[in-house]
Design a protein around this ligand. Structure first.
Ligand SMILES: C[S@@+](CC[C@H](N)C(=O)[O-])C[C@H]1O[C@@H](n2cnc3c(N)ncnc32)[C@H](O)[C@@H]1O
Length: 463
C-alpha cells in the first residue's frame, strides 16, 4: 500500500557523532509527514472519508470529575467523550446495555451508571479490575462511616510489610515508607463486620493505591520511571491519603444526592481476558478504547500498586498477566516466537505492512525489536479475537464505538483505525462512521502527525 522504500530527506553519512537511533530518525522519510496523507490510499480503497470532528477524548479532565477522579490512571479516555456517545445513541435503544471489554479504570461504567444505564466491563489487570469495580459498587456507602473508619487507619500503629519483589527502599524515602507501611497495616487490620464495612475497606485500599506514585520517587508519564528532581516530604502519604479520602467522601454524598435513583443500576466488571470472557447478556452499545499498538504496558506501569495491594507477588506473575494482554511492544520474544508458529487472522493490508516493516528493519540494520512485524500481526490477531468474542453478544442494531490511535513503525504507517474497521466488516459489521478526533505526535519521529479516530461500527438489524 505504501511504497516499500522512500529516499531519506538528508544525507547524514558524514555526521558520525549521532547515535544510530537518532540518525535513523533524522533520515526518516516520514519527517513532517502525516497519517492523513498516508491513509489516503487505504481510504480510497475502502471508498470512505474520515470526518474531522475535533474533540477532547483524553483522560486528563477526569482527574477533577466526580468518582472518575478517585483513581489517577491516566491511560483512559474522557468521561465527556463517553457522555457524548451515550447521549448520541441512547434514544435509539430502549435503555441500552453498555459494554467496555477494556474497562481499565472504569470510565465507561461509571458514566453509564450516572445515566442510569446497566453496564458490563471486562478487564484483565486485577488492580484495574478492582479499581473499576469499587468505583461502581460503593455509591451507597455512608460518607460519615467511611470518614470515621479512615480516621482509625490514620492513627493505626499496625505495620504492613512492603511487597518483597519490589525495591521499596529505592522507590520511597525512609520516612515515607514508614507512613505507607502504617497506613497499609491499618487498612489490613480492619475486620469488616458487614457489607458496608467491606466496601469501606475496598475504598480505603483504592485511596491507598491512588497515592502510591505521588508519594514515591517515581513518576508515571505515562511510563513508570525515576524522577530525580522530585521532592516528597516526610508526611506526604498522610496528607495525600487524607485528601483522597475526603474527596471520595464528598463524591459519595454527591452521588447519593444527584444520582439517587441510579444507585442500584447494575455495573459489573468481569476479571479476565476479553478474547474469551464476555458477559452472558446481550449488549447494545460497546464503548471502548483498546490498547494502542506500540503504547503502554498495562502491567509493569502499575507494578507498585499491584505489589502493595497483593495483585502480583512476583515479576514472574506480572509477566504472566502481561503475556495474556492485547500485545504491546515489550512482551517476551518467546511469546512472539510461538505466535509465529501458528495460523492466525490476517488481511492483505496486514501482510503488506509486515513486509514493509521487515524491509525497513533490514535496511536500517538495527532496530529495537526485529520481531516487530510479528508484534504488529499479533496485535491485530488479538484485536480480532476480542472483537469476534464481543460481537457475539452485540444485539442486532447494536454499535461498537472505539477510540483508536494509529502508529508509525520503522517508518511504516499502520492505519490501526482502518484495519480494525475492516476486521469489523469481516465479522459482519457495517462501518458507520470514521471520525478524526485529534492529532498526536509520533513517539519515534516527532514531526510526523498521527491521529486518534473514533471508529463506529454497527451490527445489521437482520443477520
Ligand atoms: C486504553 S486502556 C482502557 C482505559 C479505559 N478506557 C479507562 O478509561 O480507564 C486498555 C485496557 O485494556 C486492558 N486489557 C488489555 N488487554 C486486555 C485483554 N486481553 N482483556 C481484557 N483487558 C485487557 C488493559 O489492562 C487496560 O486497562
Amino acid at each position: 500500500m505504501s511504497p516499500p522504500f522512500q529516499e531519506p530527506l538528508f544525507d547524514l553519512s558524514a555526521v558520525t557523532h549521532l547515535t544510530v537511533r537518532r540518525r535513523n530518525v533524522l533520515r526518516s522519510p516520514k519527517q513532517y509527514g502525516s497519517a492523513d496523507e498516508d491513509a489516503r490510499p487505504y481510504l480510497d480503497e475502502m471508498g470512505l472519508e474520515l470526518l474531522p470532528v475535533p474533540q477532547p477524548i483524553q483522560f486528563q479532565p477526569n482527574t477533577s470529575e466526580v468518582v472518575h477522579r478517585w483513581s489517577p490512571y491516566v491511560q483512559g479516555f474522557s468521561a465527556s467523550f463517553v457522555q457524548r456517545t451515550i447521549e448520541r445513541y441512547k434514544d435509539e435503544y430502549r435503555s441500552p446495555v453498555v459494554l467496555d471489554p477494556f474497562a481499565g479504570s472504569g470510565t465507561v461504567l461509571v458514566q453509564a451508571k450516572m445515566n442510569g444505564l446497566a453496564s458490563w466491563g471486562v478487564e484483565l489487570n486485577p488492580l484495574l479490575h478492582f479499581v473499576s469495580q469499587v468505583k461502581v459498587s460503593s455509591w451507597h456507602v455512608s460518607a460519615e462511616r467511611f470518614l470515621r473508619i479512615a480516621e482509625q487507619v490514620l492513627v493505626s500503629q499496625k505495620f504492613a510489610e512492603p511487597p518483597e519483589f519490589l525495591k521499596s527502599e529505592s522507590h520511597f524515602r525512609p520516612a515515607v515508607l514508614f507512613h505507607l507501611r502504617r497506613l497499609k497495616g491499618g487498612i489490613d487490620s480492619l475486620q469488616p463486620t458487614d457489607e458496608e464495612e467491606a466496601q469501606i475497606r475496598n475504598l480505603l485500599l483504592l485511596a491507598f493505591a491512588a497515592i502510591l506514585v505521588d508519594s514515591s520517587n517515581l513518576k508515571r508519564a505515562p511510563c513508570l520511571g525515576y524522577a530525580p528532581t522530585k521532592v516528597v516530604d516526610d508526611n506526604a502519604p498522610l496528607r495525600l491519603f487524607s485528601n483522597k479520602v475526603h474527596q471520595i467522601a464528598e463524591d459519595l454524598l454527591l452521588c447519593q444526592n444527584r444520582y439517587t435513583s441510579y444507585l442500584d443500576t447494575p455495573a459489573r466488571v468481569l476479571w479476565g481476558n476479553s478474547m474469551h470472557v464476555r458477559p452472558n447478556e446481550f449488549c447494545d452499545l460497546m464503548i471502548t478504547s483498546p490498547p494502542y499498538m506500540n503504547g503502554m504496558d498495562y502491567v509493569m506501569n502499575y507494578k507498585i500498586e499491584m505489589g502493595w495491594l497483593g495483585f502480583g507477588k512476583s515479576h514472574r506473575e506480572l509477566k504472566k498477566i502481561k503475556d495474556q494482554m492485547v500485545v504491546c511492544d515489550n512482551v517476551s520474544k518467546s511469546l512472539i516466537h510461538s505466535f509465529e508458529q501458528v495460523e492466525r487472522y490476517t488481511h492483505p493490508w496486514i501482510e503488506d505492512i509486515k513486509e514493509h516493516i521487515a524491509h525497513n528493519i533490514r535496511r536500517r540494520g538495527n532496530y529495537r525489536r526485529h520481531d516487530m512485524p510479528s508484534i504488529v500481526h499479533k496485535y491485530f490477531d488479538d484485536m480480532y479475537r476480542v472483537m469476534r468474542n464481543t460481537v457475539e453478544i452485540l444485539r442486532p442494531g447494536g454499535r461498537i464505538v472505539m477510540v483508536v490511535g494509529d502508529s508509525l513503525i520503522a517508518d511504516v504507517y499502520v492505519p490501526t483505525d482502518l484495519i480494525l474497521a475492516r476486521i469489523g466488516e469481516d465479522l459482519g459489521l457495517k462501518i458507520e462512521r470514521l471520525e478524526k478526533a485529534r492529532e498526536r505526535r509520533s513517539g519515534q519521529v516527532r514531526s510526523y502527525r498521527l491521529r486518534e479516530t473514533i471508529v463506529t461500527l454497527r451490527k445489521p438489524e437482520t443477520e
